[in-house]
Design a protein around this ligand. Structure first.
Ligand code: ADP
Length: 397
């Protein structure tokens, strides 16, 4: 009988899942999400099959206080076991935002690992608890299911040393206030995909732009991360859908001293109210809406988004001593020919010559054959990356 692997990407108000079969190579069986998770709310469960057809779209009973993870996981595992096409669920891979300095690779979950992950909560208080909750709960509910934790930070543990430091007193650096970098599972997937799509490029100096609702960039050399635009937290670097990205730290001081903001208000400002949404004057955090808008604030938000990416290409090329290729991925990077065109136009001085026809049809190669630096659009697949790690650690495949 064939095996199945469940991949969980758990968040604060929604959780995504994918199920992969292992027979004949990893392949997706079903994927979906549970949205609207909160006390007193009926969560909305939806799922599609491998062909993208809807196989579930229903409201679940609301979860009781303190039973969120156990109720959700019971319902989810029950549903999945009824939709496995004859396979047996054997392992679960989890996306975990923070592995600190210690976890340089995915790890099989044990009680000690859960303790260590709990110890990292202060480094990512908004995400880490939601990632650990299902791991700890499944450990109790289904001790037979082996679990693997895959970290967004792990890929970046190869970064050059200076790229991990901040200009702070040593005691804070020693306490873990360092630049870690995130979206590592996406960058790892792309680095691997490049070895198949463009093997020569994969060995070179590559800047990858992961442009989703969260956005960051990474400089890789010979397939390894050297530096990244995100640092201590996932609010650093590029301007994003609702996050500021890098901000003069004096602005934070100003908000405290002149506007009287406390920690909660600052968190909301930095993570939820800013970025494309904030600069557009509240029009949208969705790039598609902004690109269609004639509003000058929407245009300015897009201009700033593009400029920040272009500037970061220069900074990251510096980190790896030049650039051989630029890769776009995630929602905006994979689908928006307009944003790619505008970024590449600003980076043309680096020797990147766009092929408009290739860009309009999403590549994968976006540049002319004689372009000294190539550009690419490559779809990312963090879930498949997690499934691969889980398969390798649990089944040794
Ligand atoms: P997440 O980071 O939530 O996983 P995605 O990688 O799916 O997000 O990216 C979401 C973003 O992609 C949204 O801002 C959305 O507007 C943008 N996006 C998706 N399709 C397009 C498109 N065709 N053109 C421009 N932006 C797009």
């Amino acid at each position: 009988m064939s095996d199945a692997i469940l991949v969980i990407n758990a968040g604060s108000s929604s959780s995504k899942f994918s199920v992969f079969g292992t027979e004949g190579g990893l392949h997706m069986i079903t994927k979906g999400q549970v949205e609207g998770i909160g006390v007193g709310i009926q969560p909305h469960f939806s799922a599609t099959n491998a062909a993208g057809e809807t196989v579930a779209d229903e409201l679940w009973p609301s979860f009781e206080v303190g039973k969120r993870h156990s109720s959700l996981l019971r319902l989810l595992i029950d549903w999945i076991e009824g939709h496995l096409n004859g396979a047996t669920l054997r392992a679960v891979g989890h996306r975990v935002v923070h592995g600190g300095s210690g976890f340089a690779a995915p790890v099989v979950v044990t009680p000690d690992v859960i303790d260590e992950l709990n110890g990292l909560i202060p480094l990512a208080p908004l995400h880490q608890p939601h990632n650990i909750g299902p791991i700890a709960t499944l450990h109790d509910l289904h001790p037979d299911l082996q679990q693997v934790a895959c970290f967004d930070t792990a890929f970046h543990t190869t970064k050059r040393n200076e790229a991990s430091l901040l200009g702070l007193p040593r005691k804070y650096l020693d306490a873990g206030v360092r630049r870690y970098g995130f979206h590592g599972l996406s960058y790892e997937y792309i680095a691997h995909a490049l070895t198949e799509i463009a093997p020569d490029v994969a060995k070179g100096r590559v800047v990858i732009a992961h442009l989703g609702s969260g956005a960051s960039m990474c400089a890789i050399k010979d397939g390894k991360s050297v530096d990244s635009s995100m640092g201590f937290t996932a609010v650093d670097g590029l301007m994003m859908g609702t996050r500021t990205g890098s901000l003069d730290p004096g602005v934070v001081l100003h908000m405290v001293q002149a506007e009287g903001m406390d920690g909660k208000a600052l968190e909301k400002l930095l993570y939820k109210d800013s970025g494309l949404l904030g600069v557009s004057g509240g029009i949208s955090n969705d790039m598609r809406v902004l690109l269609e808008s004639d509003d000058p604030n929407a245009r300015e938000a897009v201009d700033l988004f593009v400029y920040r990416i272009a500037k970061e290409i220069g900074a990251l090329a510096m980190a790896i001593g030049g650039i051989d290729a630029l890769v776009f991925t995630a929602g905006i990077g994979e689908h928006s020919a307009e944003i790619r065109k505008r970024v590449i136009e600003q980076a043309a001085w680096m020797g990147i010559t766009l092929s408009p026809a290739a860009n309009d049809t999403h590549g994968p190669c976006l540049t002319t054959p004689d372009s000294p630096v190539s550009a690419w659009a490559i779809p990312t697949n963090e879930e498949l990356m997690i499934a691969r790690h889980t398969q390798a650690l649990i089944f040794g495949a």
